[in-house]
Design a binder for this molecule. Structure first.
Ligand code: TYD
Length: 340
């Protein structure tokens, strides 16, 4: 089986490549990645000489490079991770989100159709559904209406619609997964949990958007990879599957307190900063469809996920330390230290 993975140098994509190479001895993987700030060759340095792996540097919104990659590699399956993913960056600069997430996805769809792939799996997010009031017990299902509220989620929602349109209009065998927040190794330290862990390891405070009562669901990235593997091998073309954890719902503040307890630090490490505009209050998914139809279950509890993550970041300072300088430092200063 020949897998084209887009965005394989990013957090979830690189975890997926590790997962596939470990599980399947006889596969070929081509990784098409633009190498943005979030695409880090160090994420795959352990497998870069594996004969089953090849790399193409390129932008998915560039039709010529996409066509060339499909023509030369001839993938059976596409797993599409490549995306700009950070909400705060999308608020500051939406254009690149439309280019990569929406136009880029469409370029891939055109090539996938022209080259008759057997599956195009689109990796999406729960954020396309908007947000849920904190006092509501609602959980979204695959039938819930879309309602994106940030430039990031709007660009992903548009991409989901194009993916479905290619199924209905052209019969492209697509599947979509919408996943809860991921956590785990190789996660760029701009998102809440890797930022918190690396800040604490550096003796810095954790920036918390007030009042910290917003709710996210946190899934260990390996569980996301096993879900995508199930969908690609057993999922039905045209279908969408939600992927999420079985953890109890916790607020951001509760999650950070759990983390501080694991890292044996006090709550004085939390610092309230200016809130994100249009901050989504709560995301909650009902992932019973993938469990019922494909037999997938998440394996890791939140405690276990956090412990593993702290352990990985503690042992891999050489991986994240260089990321917290240069462009990142400029972003961090803009985001947390100079924002009006
Ligand atoms: P984030 O990791 O950016 O993921 P998303 O917004 O896509 O869910 O944020 C997770 C939650 O943590 C969200 O409610 C915003 C909050 N947050 C902070 O309180 N401080 C931070 O520095 C960041 C990055 C996020």
């Amino acid at each position: 089986m020949r897998f084209l993975i887009t965005g394989g140098l990013g957090f979830i994509g690189s975890n997926m490549i590790h997962y596939l190479l470990k599980k399947y001895p006889d596969i070929s993987i081509c990784n098409l990645d633009k190498m943005t700030y979030a695409g880090n060759p160090a994420n795959l340095s352990d497998i870069e000489n594996d004969p089953r792996y090849s790399f193409v540097k390129g932008d998915i919104a560039d039709a010529a490079i996409v066509e060339k990659t499909f023509a030369e590699f001839q993938p059976d399956v596409v797993i599409h991770f490549a995306a700009e993913t950070h909400v705060d960056r999308s608020i500051a600069d939406p254009d690149v989100f439309i280019r990569s997430n929406t136009i880029g996805t469409h370029e891939l769809l055109k090539a996938a159709k022209a080259h008759n792939v057997t599956r195009f799996h689109h990796v999406s997010t729960d954020e396309v559904y908007g947000h849920i009031a904190l006092d509501s017990d609602e959980r979204w299902t695959e039938e819930s209406p879309y309602g994106p509220r940030s430039p990031y989620s709007a660009s992903k929602a548009a991409s989901d619609h194009f993916v479905r349109a290619y199924y209905h209009t052209y019969g492209l065998p697509i599947t979509i997964s919408n996943c809860a927040n991921n956590i785990g190794p190789y996660m760029y330290p701009e998102k809440l949990l890797p930022l918190a862990i690396t800040n604490i390891l550096e003796g810095k405070k954790v920036p918390m958007y007030p009042p910290g009562n917003q709710v996210r669901e946190w899934l260990y990235v390996e569980d996301h990879c096993s879900a995508i593997d199930s969908i690609v091998s057993k999922g039905i073309p045209g279908e969408t599957y939600f992927v999420g954890p079985d953890n109890p719902q916790l607020s951001n503040l509760e999650v950070i307190k759990k983390l501080l307890a694991i890292m044996e630090r006090g709550e004085d490490m939390i610092e309230f900063v200016k809130d994100r505009p249009g901050h989504d209050q709560k995301y909650a998914l009902d992932h019973s469809k993938i469990t019922r139809e494909l037999g997938w279950h998440p394996r890791y509890s939140l405690d276990e996920s956090l412990e593993r993550m702290v352990d990985w970041y503690t042992k891999n300072e050489a991986w994240w330390k260089p990321l917290k300088s240069g462009e990142y430092l400029e972003y961090y200063t803009q985001q947390y230290l100079t924002r009006e």
